[in-house]
Design a protein around this ligand. Structure first.
Ligand code: ZN
Length: 646
């Protein structure tokens, strides 16, 4: 199987393998199949959440793509369309800045003039003069809806964001609305505002809830249809009951049902097959209230899970041996489970860019009372590694041959271990002081939480216990990971950022924060900045000392989270996690440019093809023979359940 499927602008598209699928029995294949249908069916929800006009834009761009008379600038159009597909809208998936098209307004106008209703999904309402003007602004006017997620705290975070979670209210009004909602609620633990859009009309603020009777009704009804079919093939009663609760949640939009679902979902530990389906991640909302829709269908990787289970079984040991203050530790960690899985189908906010590890649920009170479930996506990370081996990337940014050898020998194994530790021990550990809520850190909450999880992984990895438990062959593997982490945090991750821009994405902020803090705390001796042939490198001189520094920082980050210390969170993130040294940035971008490696990665899903006999499915087979454009066009046709014009 060819791993690399496509390459455009700053993005590469890879395939991932679903090993051993053919050996599953038919029941499991059908369970996976219907869950996969439910995963793909939520696609339009994310598009609409990302921007009010995104479905309109997609319909029109896809109709243009089908034109026969293409004219000049066509190649630029195709790149633009591929980027819009990748980001589920016209804003970059990572920077959330609006794309700048490589074609001219004249070309765009001439393509649009050739469109007629009936082409693709176009109706007469798509191309009213009003919509044509709107699309021109959306594609070409840099000041119109310019940023999907605005994290610039000197402005109104809500009004400065182009996402479709709010229409009308400003930041204060939103915060006030949910403060009151919580105040008036009987159950104050609910994730208020998670699954809705807030609209201000004639001075009044109204909430439109996502449900079969509310916003996104068509999509949620269609998802429920597939979930009901999946119910016929569950492996156990926990799966059955959790899917029934999810169906009820989508039907009503009631947040208490979503909490019930999460708790029931946590109890499915025995099944080989599992899924994520719901309004989950809040990174798309600068206030961290509203969640984007996502889905994953997965099935267990037995060998990797055996290793991960060893970590989960020692969760208490990790908590007690953590360098954090005793009063921020959980007395007893329960319910932590960590599974290594192979993804079978990615959807919504997990597609095409996929996470490498997932820890859910997000509701803090459920995590504290019932624990959390963690997965690492083995086949996805294997695809990454396979693709990265031949790029020359390590050779460019690593100073010594020994370090490269370490990376090649241990890079994959230590990376998987870090993900296990991050997801299970990291996110699962620690507790809040009484009365402190996770929202206390506001827009810095995600960065601090990711830093906490990463630091757990970094701190514990360099420990003889890892060897004792059979998780690492030697501490050299941990050294390989320290090298990679520091190199990424101080040097190579900024290849993803345009010159002059700041770091905004939570994971990137936390990585730079950690690496830069360790560099400064070690006074340039523990980690040394080396310049050779006018190229900058970072070299770790003292791994033991770096390990201790990670412990120190973990202690402080845990304190900030547990106490809800907003001022300290703001200070550490803004001083270390946001700014990039311009000179270094320029140098790194130049070195990276020569390698011609796209910094961002996404994945194609395999096609699951049902084989029918006498109107019944008698088998499901995996087919990898698709390409990026075909898959996107196919998804728009088969799963385009929401109308752009309503
Ligand atoms: Zn995380």
């Amino acid at each position: 199987m060819e791993i690399l499927a496509d390459k455009f602008d700053d993005i590469k598209i890879l395939r991932f393998e679903v090993p051993e699928f053919e050996h599953l029995d038919l029941n499991k294949k059908l369970f996976i199949y219907y869950l996969s249908q439910a995963t793909l069916t939520g696609r339009d929800i994310l598009w609409d959440q990302h921007g009010k006009h995104n479905l309109l834009l997609r319909d029109v761009l896809e109709a243009i793509y089908l034109l026969e008379d293409k004219g000049e600038e066509w190649d630029h159009f195709v790149v633009y369309l591929k980027k819009v597909w990748f980001a589920s809208g016209p804003h970059h998936h990572y920077s959330t800045d609006k794309f700048v098209p490589g074609f001219t307004l004249d070309s765009f106008k001439s393509w649009i003039e050739k469109l007629k209703s009936g082409m693709g999904k176009l109706t007469s309402q798509h191309l009213t003069p009003e919509n044509k003007r709107l699309l021109q602004r959306l594609v070409f006017d840099a000041n119109f809806l310019s940023k999907r997620v605005n994290m610039n705290t000197s402005t109104d975070l809500v009004q400065g964001s182009a996402n479709n979670f709010y229409e009308g209210p400003n930041q204060n009004e939103v915060e006030e609305f949910y403060r009151k909602q919580k105040e008036n609620a009987d159950n104050k633990k609910l994730s208020f505002g998670l699954n809705s859009k807030l609209i201000k009309e004639n001075g009044a603020i109204k909430e439109q809830v996502y449900s079969e009777r509310g916003l996104y009704a068509k999509a949620l009804t269609a998802i429920n249809h597939h979930l009901k079919q999946a119910l016929l093939y569950v492996e156990n009663s926990a799966q059955k009951e959790s899917i029934e609760l999810l169906i009820a949640f989508y039907k009503t939009g009631r947040l208490d049902l979503f909490d019930d679902f999460c708790i029931k979902w946590l109890s499915n530990l025995e099944g080989d097959i599992d899924f994520i389906n719901g309004f989950i991640e809040t990174y798309g909302d600068p206030l961290g209230i509203k969640a984007t829709w996502e889905g994953v269908v997965q099935w267990i990787d037995t060998e990797e899970t055996r290793k991960a289970t060893i970590i989960a079984d020692h969760a208490d040991w990790f908590e007690q041996n953590s360098p954090t203050h005793q009063k921020f530790k959980k007395e007893k960690i329960t319910g932590i489970s960590l599974k290594a899985i192979n993804a079978v189908m990615l959807g919504g906010d997990c597609y095409p860019a996929s996470p490498l590890g997932i820890n859910l649920p997000n509701a803090e009170w459920i995590r504290e009372e019932y624990g959390s479930k963690s997965v690492t996506l083995i086949n996805i990370s294997n695809s990454h590694h396979k693709a990265s081996l031949s790029t020359g990337f390590a050779e460019e940014f690593v100073l010594s041959k020994e370090e490269i050898a370490l990376e090649k020998k241990y890079g994959a194994i230590s990376d998987n271990l870090h993900t296990h530790l991050h997801e299970c021990i990291g996110h699962g550990s620690g507790k809040m002081l009484p009365g402190i809520s996770a929202e206390a850190l506001k827009n810095y909450g995600s960065v601090i939480e990711e830093a906490r999880a990463d630091l757990c992984g970094l701190y514990f990895m360099y420990n003889p216990k890892m060897i004792e438990l059979g998780l690492l062959p030697s501490l050299d593997a941990a050294k390989a990971h320290y090298n990679a982490y520091i190199r990424n945090g101080l040097l190579t991750q900024i290849t993803r950022i345009k010159l002059g821009d700041k770091i905004e994405q939570a994971h990137m902020r936390n990585r730079q924060l950690i690496a830069a803090w360790a560099f400064e705390a070690g006074k340039g001796k523990v980690i040394e900045k080396v310049i050779e042939n006018r190229k900058t490198y970072f070299r770790i001189n003292d791994f033991e000392a770096l390990h201790k520094l990670f412990g120190e920082l973990l202690r402080e980050i845990q304190r900030i989270k547990s106490e809800g210390d907003f001022a300290s969170a703001q200070n550490i993130v803004e001083t270390l996690g946001v700014n990039i040294n311009r000179e270094l940035h320029e140098e790194v971008l130049q070195r990276f440019e020569k390698l011609k490696v796209p910094p961002f990665t996404g994945f194609l899903n395999p096609n699951l093809v049902p084989i029918y006999k006498d109107n019944k499915i008698k088998d499901v087979v995996v087919n990898y023979l698709t390409d990026y454009t075909t898959q996107m066009m196919q998804y728009s046709t088969e799963y385009g359940v929401l109308n752009a014009i309503d």
